[in-house]
Design a protein around this ligand. Sequence first.
Ligand code: FRU
Length: 452
Amino acid sequence: YHIQSVTGLLNDPNGFVFHDGVWHLFYQWCPWGAVHGLKYWYHTVSDDLVRWRNVGVCIRPDTEYDNKGAYSGSALPLGDNLYLYYTGNHRDEDWTRRPYTCLVDLKDGGTAVKLPPLFGMNENYTEHQRDPKIIRNERNGRYYIIIGAQTKEKKGCCLIYSSDSPTEGWTFAGQLSVPGFEDFGDMWECPSIECISGYDVLIFCPQHLTLPGRGGSVHHNGYLLGHMDWDTLTFTPDNTRFHVLDFGFDSYAAECAANPDDRNKATLVAWMGLPDASYPTDEEDWSGCLTLPRELRVRDHRLIQQPLDELRALRGKKIDLEFTDILPRVCEMELISRGGDLTLQLFADADGSGGMTIGYDDSAREITVDRSGLRRRFNVEQGERRTRPLPKGLFHLRIFIDRSSIEIFVNDGDAVFSSRIFPTVGEEKLVVRGDASIHLWELNRAVEESFA
Ligand code: FRU
């Protein structure tokens, strides 16, 4: 029930937007194998954010500007028009990269018409300039594009361009100032500024940065809450904390869609994968899937991510755990804790050993997810355990398991752990230790099989 490609590599979600009564969600796709090769935009649509239809390839790397890939970007719905902004990853014959910010007008919900690029590379920064996020500022009526970039001193940053028109007249406005974050990774990918519940949220992916609690991972996806001043191009964080969006092993390049009816929430989708990582399916020439869309709100000065209510529509047969300890391969679990320590082993061996362990230690007040017990191990050097403090204890878990992934929502969206997992035949047992009530459902398919 997750969006994934039938073959090749899927990475970032792109252009996630509600337009003309339909949700559009594109993804970065390399059709040629499980490698970060030539990238296309693949197009999917949905009426309810639960059931998805594959529309087909949308943006092809078929011009000089995008000759080495149609890289990530975003969408702007404007009247009948749906504009897609993306990075044309151009390389010269000597392999020098010169990125362009490109524009597509999506006609009749499906046909991509390329318009002239909006601007080229900024010579005062390195070649790493990409992932345009289009924003309309409702206060001054201007349009802004935020670009992820790298200074010549190899520091991650954002560049801002602005115009009165979405399709022409774009000029460089300046580098975004983010006090306290001048030296935070060497490149910021997929930046965005969202306005949720009256807060401004700067979401981005700092690269080559070591963060406490993130094992050997050096690429992160996180956010700062604060205030954006578009006149001075300054994002002032409310405090100095960079929050990671997801505490699991595989999550990156999140993209948000504004909610058409309610400004207090947005919807977030991320790539369930990481750059510079390999996955067991690589040998089958495919890799990657998207996370479930999640409802995003601000609570207690942090982002809260919850599975959409509509996902309940996928529930199939209810499993009674009095009669079985076999975990269905595709399922949803809801757990209400009655307090104390708790251990869950998912996809354990028949003798009760191994599996993926979710453990809550009540005296330490922290939850740990450990995938080292599964037979098929991967990205081991990035660490196989992730821990997150739960100062108020553990009271609720909602877990979505698909054939190669797991998403664990802790305490009503307080924290999420997203991970790829690849249990093998024979790894199927559920072991529960602790005092909790558990509900379990099989889940139905939500993505049409046909692949255009
Ligand atoms: C992030 C990213 C983007 C780039 C895209 C290429 O995962 O590296 O910066 O546009 O992937 O597929």
